[in-house]
Design a protein around this ligand. Structure first.
Ligand code: PMP
Length: 772
């Protein structure tokens, strides 16, 4: 690899004669610096200057032809990229052939680029950003260029081969050796293995201040010298440039940040590339003293800028080490838009709990004792800070799975494009509203966006009061519909002991397992529905009337009830008759939870006046919607405008549509039906072994398992709930508790749940019950 380290030195008159004969070029010649080639600027009296390069014969034809073809490829792929153009010979050849003293020298002629070589000067902040962009454009322009030569090239400067220079460490000054060894060891054990998996292509490989031209404003106006092209990891272009543009006198962090940011604005880095960058910069810096030592031991003295480069290398590495590699790595990650975990990520769950108590209130309102400290979600799995994975059997917000890649990407893309509000016409709100009304059908064609289930219910309630002129409401006993003041009134489960809402009446839950009417009694739906009658009459007597009935079709807080056929319709009929409206709260029951029905109310065969949605709609992105009939919305808007700042923002719309896409593409309505039925079968099977299970019920992927101490008396076993849930957790599954008596296992997983997941959950419940 050493013979190419000394450039050719042909007499000028020989070159001049050749230039005229082969290229038709004549003019003034001035020598240029070159590490391997003999270079001149050739300025014709009329016309543009050119660079005349007598190449080193050892370079090999293939490499030079490749270089020439690469320049032609770039000219076609990104014509405005400021790099030299190849000038072919008069015969149309890529290279000229100059035979002198029996040696065959390849010649290459390139267009002259204006500007000054940056050399020892430094770039401004903006120029560093521009340079990052240029590097990325260079990589992009070469992405489709294929040639065999660079792959087989054996370049002393190739960072990947730095370990071959390890023997030169002993020739470095004594004080530098330990640092050099440390860098090489890391390269061998960490960076090299990682690089093998990085995207690779033909790269320039050697953009440094002496290959960069700047204009009179100090902006980078050209990149020259394609003599070091290799087929290698794309990141080396950025790493080598970063190493070479850092200077001890400048703010290294700023230099690195701007270069990476500029690069990523054109070509985002992959995470492994970003994480390897700082190490690769150190290697690049270390190569100069190692190569210098290699040259010295072969009797070759370094020339020109190489010496200046060399003298800054070790101090620069030390300066980087003084800043701290972790700090620089964090900086690169930020510049490459890879947010890090919180910098003060608690090491243990205990630390996390203590910190939370301090800033979020002494009383921990959390699941489980001790609480779980979650750090990652993926599909139906949640990972805690101790590394343990849990099967998520009860979270309904990550409806199509935690961190669903399609939804996450939709959110991220939209966040990168535009996020504003419905005071503008926006594509996402418009299209999402259209898709929702299509799904709602039944004349529900008006959509209003808010941010949560509570807000949706609150707004629906306001609209219902406005439309009916009434002020009384109906909900289930032990219902939950949200947190706002008016919806707290519809949520007796918030405060079962001191619930007090004078304008609301609570319907007895249609509980065929535990309520007054059992499954075997005839017309049980009608019987439960009839219980609404005196409540409606009472509201009317008090002069409140009925503005709205609000029901969650899954009867989730009531213990996931299988409401008897005809029940909901019969109640809604009575409400309508009293001049009231029906708000179908689909926060829990919608989006296929009760698959195969998309909406819970449809499972009951009822047409609502409002559909309110929340939780699952955005798969975790806050999103609330009221869907109603146009006359109801129009009536409401007579009294003033309605606008919610975040409601219906572009990202929310993108998230909502992505969720709908996934439900359709992954056939999740069918999945909820099939896996739900299979799951309940497995759970019901446990009844033979465990007397504690009194009832297994539900629809789709909403399942309730009621626990009793005695199947005859149905004595509720709410007292064992907390312990059982912790035991199930110990078995690796997460399940919730529900119901007025706190004795119903709430099993409500993401609807991507599979039969294998169901088997896992059933086995976990089985083992936990055995241990109870
Ligand atoms: N309605 C129902 C049926 C709910 O389960 C919930 C939340 N658990 C809400 C409304 C309130 O939604 P949010 O928490 O988004 O305000």
């Amino acid at each position: 690899m050493l013979e190419t380290l000394r450039p050719p030195a042909l007499p000028l008159d020989v070159l001049q004669a050749f230039a005229l004969q082969a290229y038709g070029l004549a003019g003034t010649w001035s020598a240029l610096e070159g590490e391997r080639d003999q270079n001149y600027r050739l300025s014709p009296a009329d016309g543009r200057s050119a660079v005349f390069k007598v190449c080193h014969p050892a370079e090999g034809d293939a490499v030079l032809r490749c270089q020439a073809l690469a320049l032609e490829h770039i000219a076609a792929a990104d014509p405005s990229l400021p790099v030299p153009r190849l000038v072919r010979t008069r015969d149309g050849e890529l290279l000229g052939r100059l035979v002198h003293d029996g040696v065959d020298y390849p010649v290459m002629v390139l267009s002259w680029l204006d500007g000054q070589v940056l050399g020892g000067e430094t770039l401004s902040r903006d120029s560093l950003f521009d340079l990052g962009q240029l590097l990325a454009r260079l990589g992009l322009a070469l992405r489709g260029f294929v040639h065999g030569a660079p792959a087989g090239r054996d370049l002393v400067w190739d960072t990947r081969h730095v370990l071959r220079l390890a023997g030169e460490v002993d020739n470095l000054p004594a004080e530098d050796r330990a640092l050099a060894q440390d860098i090489l060891a890391r390269h061998e054990t960490v960076t090299m293995p990682a690089m093998r998996r990085m995207r690779s292509q033909i790269i320039h490989g050697d953009v440094h201040p002496h290959n960069a031209l700047v204009d009179d404003r100090g902006r980078v106006s050209g990149i020259i010298d394609f003599g070091d092209m290799v087929h290698g990891p794309l990141i080396l272009d950025l790493a080598n440039a970063a190493g070479d543009f850092l200077s001890p006198g400048q703010d290294s962090e700023e230099t690195l940040f701007q270069l990476v940011r500029g690069y990523c604005s054109v070509t985002p880095l992959e995470e492994a590339e970003a994480d390897a960058l700082v190490d690769l910069i150190e290697v690049r810096l270390l190569m100069t003293p190692l190569i210098d030592a290699l040259k010295a031991s072969n009797g070759i003295a370094s020339q020109g800028y190489f010496q200046a480069f060399n003298s800054r290398s070790m101090p620069m590495i030390r300066a980087m080490r003084a800043l701290g590699r972790d700090r620089l790595r964090g900086l690169v990650r930020r510049a490459a838009a890879f947010p890090t975990v919180p910098p003060q990520h608690p090491k243990t769950a205990a630390e996390a709990i203590a910190r939370r108590r301090k800033v979020m209130g002494e009383k921990l309102y959390v699941f489980y004792d001790p609480p779980l400290h979650m750090v990652k979600g993926e599909g139906v799995w949640l990972t805690a800070s101790d590394g343990r994975r849990y099967l998520d059997c009860y979270n309904n917000v990550p409806h199509v799975g935690h961190a669903h890649p399609y939804v996450a990407e939709a959110i991220a893309r939209q966040a990168r494009t535009l996020n504003t509000n419905t005071r503008y016409i926006t594509d996402q709100a418009l299209e999402y509203a259209e898709r929702l009304t299509e799904l709602a059908g039944e004349g529900l064609t008006s959509v209003t966006f808010v941010n949560s289930g509570s807000e949706a219910n609150d707004l629906a309630w306001r609209m219902a009061k406005a439309f009916t002129g009434h002020t009384g409401g109906l909900c289930m006993d032990f219902a939950y519909h949200g947190v706002s003041e008016s919806i707290d009134a519809f949520s007796p489960s918030n405060a079962p002991d001191h619930w007090n809402a004078a304008h609301i009446r609570q319907l007895p839950a249609p509980d065929v397992y535990r309520g007054p009417y059992g499954e075997r009694e005839g017309d049980v739906g009608a019987r439960y529905a009839a219980l609404a009658e005196p409540l409606i009459a009472d509201l009317q007597e008090k002069g409140l009337g009925v503005a709205a009935l609000m029901v969650d079709s899954a009867f989730m807080t009531n213990g996931i009830l299988d409401a008897p056929a005809g029940y909901l319709q019969a109640v809604v009929d009575r409400v309508h008759k009293a001049g009231g409206l029906f708000i179908a709260d689909e926060v829990q029951s919608g989006f296929g939870r009760m698959g195969p029905s998309f909406w819970g109310h449809r499972h009951h065969g009822v047409t609502p006046d409002f559909i309110t949605i929340g939780k699952p709609a955005g798969n975790g992105y806050p999103l609330g919607v009221v869907i109603t009939r146009p006359e109801i919305l129009s009536h409401f808007l007579q009294f003033g405008p309605f606008f919610s700042t975040f409601g219906g923002n572009n990202v929310a719309g993108a998230a909502g549509m992505a969720v709908l896409d996934v439900i359709r593409d992954e056939r999740l309505l069918e999945n909820a039906r099939d896996v739900g039925a299979y799951f309940r079968q497995g759970l019901a099977g446990l009844m033979q072994k465990h007397a504690l299970i009194g009832d297994v019920r539900g629809v789709g992927l909403a399942t309730g398992v009621e626990l009793v101490h005695d199947r005859r008396s149905k004595a509720p076993a709410g007292d064992v709930m907390a312990r059982l849930l912790n035991l199930i957790r110990d078995e690796g599954a997460l399940i919730g508790g529900e119901g007025k008596l706190g004795n119903v296992l709430k099993i409500r997983p993401p609807i991507v749940f599979s039969r294998a997941n169901a088997d896992f959950a059933v086995a976990a419940v089985d083992r936990a019950l055995a241990r109870l």
